[in-house]
Design a protein. Structure first.
Ligand SMILES: NC(=O)c1ccc[n+]([C@@H]2O[C@H](COP(=O)([O-])OP(=O)(O)OC[C@H]3O[C@@H](n4cnc5c(N)ncnc54)[C@H](OP(=O)(O)O)[C@@H]3O)[C@@H](O)[C@H]2O)c1
Length: 203
């Protein structure tokens, strides 16, 4: 297998050496020093050589991307067309001094979006009670939400009228319906993202 190494530092240097010693053709590239790349290739063995990022990616079956993420744009620009090639990367969004992750270390965009959705869902879930007190146009939406029926069931319990199992049953059925819909949406979105190359595979 031909493997191009884009970024020949700690990760690229070591992994490229392991690949070469396992018998793969390896091209080390992207360093401040061409001598360092040549030395790496000599140490890695007969199947390794030094080159430019364009050399490393040309004819490669797979490319290892191992640069600080601030160098990604530059190295990819130098590598040229990578269409159709397998790209494996260990690059992480680290700060300039590599001490901390600069994105995705505390929360996710999806999580922030999910919290925002609550502000729409909750007012339609029986906070304005009964549902008939809502504007006519909003009532079908409220009735389609499992939370409306779950709250209705619990409201009966709090009022001392016992648990309304019918309302709870509707809430459960709607929850299952939404879960199926969400699963279908997720699978469909992932297929589209993969087809268009919009997500990176980390495993
Ligand atoms: N090290 C780890 O334990 C580890 C673990 C997991 C993930 N990672 C991630 O993997 C990626 C690579 O890490 P690393 O530790 O291998 O980094 P590194 O040792 O700093 O290697 C980066 C490579 O890019 C080259 N480079 C940087 N700027 C350049 C420029 N302007 N022009 C030409 N070459 C340039 C460096 O050149 P020189 O050869 O001249 O230095 C070096 O060969 C990072 O995103 C890091 O966060 C690292």
């Amino acid at each position: 297998m031909r493997i191009g190494i884009l970024g020949s530092g700690l990760m690229g240097g070591k992994l490229g050496t392991l690949f070469a010693r396992a018998g793969h053709d390896v091209v080390f590239s992207y360093s401040h020093s061409q001598d360092k790349l040549k030395k790496l290739a000599r140490k890695a063995g007969k199947t390794a050589r030094a080159g430019t990022p364009a050399d490393a990616s040309r004819d490669a079956d797979a490319v290892l991307l191992a640069v600080h993420w601030s160098r990604l744009e530059d190295v990819l620009h130098q590598a040229g067309d990578l269409k159709g090639k397998v790209i494996v990367t260990c690059s992480l969004p680290m700060s300039e001094n590599d001490s901390t992750l600069v994105i995705a270390h505390a929360s996710s965009g999806a999580e922030a979006l999910a919290w925002g959705v609550m502000f729409v869902v909750m007012p339609l879930s029986g906070i304005f009670y009964p549902v008939e007190s809502l504007p006519t146009v909003l009532q079908p939406i409220a009735l389609a939400l499992p939370t409306t029926h779950a709250f209705a069931a619990l409201r009966g319990l709090v009022d001392g009228n016992g648990l309304d199992w019918a309302q709870l049953g509707i809430a459960a059925a709607e929850t299952v319906g939404f879960a199926i819909l969400a699963g279908w949406f997720l699978v469909r979105s992932l297929r589209i993202f993969r087809r268009r190359g919009l997500i990176t595979r980390f495993t």
